[in-house]
Ligand binder design. Structure first.
Ligand code: WT7
Length: 648
């Protein structure tokens, strides 16, 4: 009965909580009664050139418009660097552990300032101006952090892309965003595998052809091997950038000026770019990270997320640096080259706060307690997770074995669109329930909406919605405000719909039950099943397909694809072809765990594919298939079950 375990806030005498439960209560009450005053106070966590006097202006109704702190001006790189140059000049801002090269680099706030300014000058020289988009596709190297900050210093909008994306996906994003410059690396190691960054970018730019606006590409050399460089377009990052001046006057940005975009998957169509605004995002990053991951002197926060995810933006770069902390990045894997690798790094770098994905916790758990017990780990004072549901067993293992019951575990629920934590505990202040992301931070009101569209009160289940705007809310989808409105504000008019379902218990704690739309979550990577089906739909050898997520012990979910091959196809298609096709169009992370070539898909009489059934068949859960009488051909179910069994 782990679901009923409650660990009182006071269970961690050595954890220095940032406030008392009474203070948290008072903060909630203040945020409730005077939200504008509350958020304008929170806005003081960051440095403004011109202080804002306006809080929220806008509406979730009609066209949906969202603006925060609209009369303020600021620069994100100043919030993250210059703001600390008086008192924290020589404090380490960034530790970059390079597994592949067996070394690490530490940059102080002063070093970071110098590097960011040089790159800001170099990008300006290359013609990048305020409002231009710059694509960043880099492994976990210090240049990734420097690049993001340099863009914000100029006022350029960064678009960080995941190294696991295929050339096709990168090409699409380069064209869609109209990026003017690209910053990439030659390659990276992921365990024993090579991630060919430069090669992928070259191929992407070739595919994009004249539709690309990319004028220059900076290449960080991440290995000794020579990489082909295109004269006039490609520049060796350090050979080029290091000659520029180490000072750059930051460009003042209006709070509502876009700061960055991130591509993410939705329930329909292709990946969409979520747009975040400078002022609201910075305040929200400083606030949410300050409430959950408070930096104290000597704290080292290691958030293991890739910079290409929202966690990599908020919990690796902007949150910790805005709060004047030390943040660590690493290109290592949790259990490679040997079990316990991350545990070794915690000891080596005296990590005090570890923040990772449930998948990584489960991977470490699979290696057994002995690996953990061999290490010291006494530097740790806080543990955190985000990105996907964590099962109470894994939560308790993380808490009891890794944290030795000394460290609170903060399970935080958020999204690319929310930019920072929405549901999550203030550690040491609230009791914890393993598997629950606790409740909303002060200033945020969430609601559960039932199938009739009404808000539920008390203990209940429903669609998780957010009632009022919060500063870090994404403002729109790049070039598609209509899709923005449709995707988030049409399901429950007047509320932001998250796409997730949740349950609220008798203590007001929230338990995420998973996505309610056709988005799946593989090891924390978000993927739309429609994206996969679109790729297959474009192949003439496939009549129709359905992609579903099934439970997976380590990855949380895995992708399974059912496809109907074309009978008259001149060239036959096999399961491997389908896997390869998806990996080449979307990325390696999207390659399915299983592909079934089937004669047909289960449909209702009106022809709608019954995914619920496919999910059950794919996960071998065939005992409780439920009522099949609404299907157009119930006998097909048996055939499909046989297909799955045969390949298992
Ligand atoms: C989706 C958002 C944390 C930001 C990185 C992921 C799922 C996120 C949790 C959690 C259960 C979670 C949701 C959400 N999710 N955190 N603590 N418990 N589910 O950002 O890629 O935009 O994905 O991840 O389904 O909607 P993302």
């Amino acid at each position: 009965m782990t679901e009923h375990t409650v660990i009182p806030a006071g269970a961690y005498p050595h954890y220095s909580a940032i406030m008392t439960p009474e203070q948290l209560q008072a903060m909630r009450a203040h945020a409730q009664t005077d939200p504008d005053a509350f958020w304008l106070e929170q806005a003081q966590r960051v440095h403004w050139f011109k202080n804002p006097t306006q809080g929220f202006v806008g509406s979730f109704e009609n066209d949906v418009s969202i603006s925060w702190f609209a009369d303020g001006t600021l620069n994100a790189s100043v919030c993250c660097i210059d703001q600390h140059l008086t008192d924290k000049r020589d404090q380490v801002a960034l530790i970059s552990q390079r597994e592949a090269e067996g070394r690490s680099e530490s940059l102080t706030y002063r070093d970071l300032h110098e590097r960011v300014c040089r790159l800001a000058n170099a990008l300006t020289y290359l013609g990048v101006q305020k409002g231009d988009r710059v694509a960043i596709c880099l492994p976990m190297v210090s240049e990734a952090v420097v690049s993001m900050l340099a863009c914000t210093r100029i006022g350029a909008v960064h678009v960080v892309m995941f190294g696991g994306c295929s050339a096709d996906a990168v090409a699409e994003r380069l064209v869609d965003s109209g990026a003017r410059a690209v910053i990439t690396g030659s390659m990276a190691w992921r365990g024993k595998k090579i991630v060919p960054y430069k090669e992928t970018l070259d191929e992407a730019l070739q595919k994009a052809g004249e539709n690309s606006n990319v004028k220059a590409m900076l290449v960080v050399r991440t290995s000794d091997e020579a990489v082909p460089m295109l004269p006039g377009r490609d520049y060796d990052y350090h050979d080029f950038v290091d000659h520029f001046e180490a000072d750059f006057i930051p460009v003042p940005m209006n709070a509502e000026d876009p700061m960055f975009m991130l591509y993410t998957s939705g329930s329909t169509g292709k990946a969409k770019a979520v747009v975040h605004a400078t002022g609201g995002y910075m305040v929200w990053a400083a606030y949410t990270m300050g409430m959950v991951y408070t930096h104290q002197p000597k704290d080292v926060l290691w958030c293991t997320a890739d910079v290409a995810w929202i966690t990599g933006h908020t919990s690796v770069v902007y949150g910790p640096l805005a709060n004047g902390g030390t943040t660590m990045i690493s290109d290592s894997l949790p259990t490679f080259p040997a079990p316990g690798r991350w545990l070794d790094l915690i000891d080596a770098y005296k990590v005090t706060m570890l923040f990772t994905a449930p998948t990584a916790v489960r991977a470490m758990m699979a290696d057994g307690d002995a690996e953990v017990n061999k290490r010291d780990l006494s530097s740790l004072r806080l543990l955190g997770v985000a990105g996907e549901p964590i099962n109470p067993d894994a939560w308790l293992w993380y808490h009891d074995v890794v944290g030795k019951k000394r460290c609170p575990v903060a399970d935080t629920w958020w999204q690319t669109e929310t930019a920072g934590v929405v549901l999550g505990p203030v550690p040491g202040v609230q009791s914890l329930k393993p598997g629950s992301a606790t409740m909303a931070l002060p200033g945020v009101e969430v609601a559960l909406v039932n199938t009739e569209g009404r808000r539920e009160e008390g203990p209940a289940s429903g669609a998780l919605c957010i009632v009022r705007s919060w500063p870090g809310q994404c403002r729109t989808l790049w070039k598609d405000h209509d899709r923005f409105r449709q995707a988030y504000f049409s399901m429950v008019p007047g509320l932001y719909f998250t796409g997730d379902g949740a349950r609220r218990d008798e203590d007001g704690y929230y338990w995420i039950t998973g996505r309610m739309d056709d988005v799946i979550n593989i090891a924390g990577h978000r993927l739309g099943t429609a994206e996969v089906e679109d790729v297959l739909g474009e192949d003439h050898r496939i009549v129709e397909s359905a992609a579903v997520g099934v439970p997976h012990a380590v990855k949380g979910q895995a992708l399974v694809v059912f496809a109907i091959p074309c009978k008259s196809a001149a060239t036959e298609v096999n399961e491997k072809d389908i896997s390869r096709l998806i990996a080449s169009q979307i990325g390696r992370y999207a390659a399915p765990d299983a592909v079934y070539l089937v004669p047909d898909l289960p449909r209702t009489r009106s022809g709608k594919i019954v995914r619920r059934l496919l999910r059950k068949i794919a996960s071998g859960d065939t005992e409780t298939l439920g009522d099949l009488s609404a299907l157009s051909d119930a006998s097909l179910v048996e055939t499909l079950c046989a297909f799955v069994q045969k390949q298992a």
